[in-house]
Design a protein. Structure first.
Length: 147
């Protein structure tokens, strides 16, 4: 029973940690907007949240009824297998590179307007998560106290 009450709080606490980390990354991008050669970074929130919840984010092929899967995850021996999430550099990293919208002469990929908008959006979502956690905590506390 108590586990059901804390599941929502656990989900929100993980989201809060990821929002705080994303805020730090966006602030770093804004701080380095004038640094030559700096490449902007961001967190893929959906993928990071899936990893925090223990969900699998691997791409897997579903074999048809007449096909069987090989050890490499393909339906035919001559097919090229997809790289798994555990291969390659940065497999454990939650940071992705941002897409450069306006090329800069100095090689900096940070779009200051987009970063500011992302910063405000993430701030609002962070505040909403905090409010949800506070409301849930008050509800649980009042239930325990019998009010």
């Amino acid at each position: 029973m108590f586990a059901n009450l804390t599941n929502a709080l656990d989900f929100q606490s993980k989201a809060l940690v990821l929002r705080a980390e994303r805020q730090r990354v966006i602030a770093s991008n804004i701080a380095n907007a004038d640094t030559p050669g700096y490449t902007g970074r961001d967190i893929n929130f959906k993928q990071a949240m899936g990893q925090a919840l223990g969900e699998s984010t691997d791409l897997r092929l579903a074999p048809s009824t007449t096909q069987s899967m090989s050890a490499a995850g393909t339906t035919h021996a001559r097919h090229i297998p997809l790289p798994s999430a555990t291969e390659g550099a940065g497999a454990n990293s939650k940071l992705d590179y941002t897409v450069q919208t306006q090329p800069a002469m100095d090689g900096n990929s940070v779009d200051l307007d987009r970063e500011r908008a992302s910063f405000v959006d993430n701030s609002v979502r962070y505040e909403a998560t905090l409010r949800f956690i506070n409301g849930s905590s008050r509800t649980i506390l009042s239930a325990i106290q019998g009010q």
